[in-house]
Design a protein around this ligand. Sequence first.
Ligand code: G3P
Length: 219
Amino acid sequence: MKFFIDSADLKELADLAQTGLVDGVTTNPSLIAKSGRNMLEVIKEICALVPGPVSAEVTATDHKTMLAEGRKLAKLAPNVTVKVPLTPDGLKTCKALATDGTMVNVTLCFSAAQAILAAKAGAAFISPFVGRLDDIGQDGMGLIAEICQIYAAYPAFKTEVLVASVRHPIHVITAAKLGAHVATLPPNVLRQMYQHPLTDKGLAAFLADWQKTGQSILG
Ligand code: G3P
């Protein structure tokens, strides 16, 4: 399972990249706005920091302008993945960019029907938003199960399931059980995944006992 980080905060990304666990980054217009930075500059810097796919989202809504934006974004770095919304124009743009050899992440997916369309349009990634479905009382992880089942039935579909709008480690565990290819994690969720009180308690006891021996491994 790959881990992407859902953030445009360079400092945060640089810190998390050091864990060795980060396979890519996703951004969206809200995260760019939160960073307070120029989008093109921040995407270039993220691409230099993380070797894996870095999603940069178009902001036009018509096919012609989306395609021009997508082509411009794709030129920023070899690891840019162009993100398009799951609309008719977005999928048309996905198909055109994918045909050019550009990786496309189709975002704002909330149904299995939409995920089928994205796979047929040649998306490299489909981003179902699990947290936002949970927020309205629908089953976010149930959607991941449906998409994984459908994609597995069609080996010709090369689209990877990228679980987005992740709120907590249980989303990640469930996504892993379902065999989702990628989860994009807010930085705090990756940090929460390390935590268990018995790890802290156990380590404290080991260190206390070790100190009593008076030994040092490095001499
Ligand atoms: O980047 C897309 C997605 O992960 C957004 O998450 O928390 O805004 O629902 P959220």
